[in-house]
Design a protein around this ligand. Structure first.
Ligand code: 13P
Length: 288
C-alpha cells in the first residue's frame, strides 16, 4: 500500500522505533525489500537516488514499476516511495510523477537559500499529500555523486527548517555514506540531543545506516531518530552472494546462467540484510 511517509514516521517517534529506508536499484531490489517488509509486517521506505532513477530510465518508470509491483504482490504494509537526496528540479518532477515522499537535499546551498527552496517544495508536495525530508549539515562521504564533508548540523538551523512544516529532518551528526573508516569518531549524540530539544517530536533521519553498531542505533532512536537509511550494506550483500555463486561455478552447470537463477542468491542476501535491519530498528510487527 503506497502512502506518504509522514504517518509511519510520526508513529515511529511515538513508539520509539525506526523505519528503514532501503535504496533500490532495479526490479530484484524492489521485490526483495517489498517481500521482506510484508513477511515481517513492517512499514518500509523505498529510497531512490537521482542516480538510481536515471539508471532505471526515469521517475515515471520507477513509479510505474513500484506501484504495479506493490499491487501485484498484494502488499498491505505501508510503503513510501521516496526520492533520496533529491535536487530541486528532481523533487518537483517526483511530486508530479507520483512519488509519495521526497527528500529535497538543499544542504549544499547557503542556509537561507536552502530554507527558501525547501519551503517551495513543502508547499508543492503538501498540495499532493506527499511528505518532505529536508537536510541540514551534511552526510560525509559520497553517494551517487552526492558528496558531503560531514559538517555537523547547527541546532538553530534545524529549528528554522522544522518551522517550515517539513515532515522529517536529516541532520548531519557525524554519519557517513558508505563503509565507515576504521578511525570513525562515531555519532555526535550531544548535538543530536540539542537538535531534539529544539525540534521536539519532528522525526529525525539517520543517513549512512550501513555498519552503524546496534548500541549507537538504539541510542539514536531514543533521541528521536525514526528513519534510518541503508544502501551500501545491501549492495555489498548482493555482490558477495553473486560472487559466491559464480566462483562456485554454478552459472556453468545446467541452466545456471539463467538470469533468474544467477540473481537469486543476491536477492536472497538483500532480503536477509533488510530483515536484520528491520529487527535492529524495531519496526517488525508495527504494521499489523
Ligand atoms: P549507506 O549507503 O551508508 O547505507 O547510506 C545510505 C543513505 O544514507 C541513503 O541516503
Amino acid at each position: 500500500m503506497l502512502v506518504s511517509a509522514k504517518e509511519m514516521l510520526d508513529k515511529a517517534v511515538a513508539g520509539h522505533y525506526a523505519v528503514g529506508q532501503f535504496n533500490i536499484n532495479n526490479l530484484e531490489w524492489t521485490k526483495a525489500v517489498l517481500e521482506t517488509a510484508q513477511e515481517l509486517k513492517s512499514p518500509v521506505i523505498l529510497g531512490v537516488s537521482e542516480g538510481a532513477n536515471k539508471y532505471m530510465t526515469g521517475y515515471d518508470t520507477v513509479v510505474a514499476m513500484v506501484r504495479a509491483m506493490d499491487a501485484s504482490l498484494g502488499i498491505t504494509v505501508p510503503v513510501a516511495l521516496h526520492l533520496d537526496h533529491g535536487k530541486y528540479e528532481g523533487a518537483k518532477a517526483c511530486i508530479e510523477a507520483g512519488y509519495t515522499s521526497v527528500m529535497f537535499d538543499g544542504s549544499s546551498y547557503p542556509i537561507d537559500e536552502n530554507l527558501e527552496k525547501t519551503k517551495e517544495i513543502v508547499s508543492l508536495a503538501h498540495e499532493h499529500g506527499i511528505s518532505v525530508e529536508a537536510e541540514v549539515g551534511t552526510i560525509g562521504g559520497e553517494e551517487d555523486g552526492v558528496v558531503g564533508m560531514g559538517e555537523i548540523a547547527d541546532p538553530e538551523e534545524c529549528k528554522r527548517l522544522a518551522d517550515l512544516g517539513i515532515d522529517f529532518l536529516a541532520a548531519g551528526i557525524g554519519n557517513i555514506h558508505g563503509v565507515y573508516p576504521e578511525n570513525w569518531k562515531g555519532l555526535d549524540f550531544d548535538t543530536l540531543k540539542e537538535i531534539k530539544a529544539t525540534i521536539g517530536d519532528l522525526p529525525l533521519v539517520l543517513h549512512g545506516g550501513t555498519g552503524i553498531p546496534k548500541d549507537m542505533i538504539q541510542t539514536a532512536i531514543s533521541l528521536g531518530v525514526a528513519k534510518i537509511n541503508v544502501n551500501t550494506e545491501c549492495q555489498i550483500a548482493f555482490a558477495e552472494a553473486t560472487r559466491g555463486y559464480i566462483e562456485a561455478g554454478k552459472d556453468q552447470k545446467g541452466k545456471g546462467f539463467d538470469p533468474r537463477k544467477l540473481l537469486a542468491p543476491g536477492a536472497e542476501a538483500i532480503k536477509q540484510t533488510v530483515k536484520e535491519k528491520m529487527e535492529m530498528f524495531g519496526s517488525v510487527g508495527k504494521a499489523e
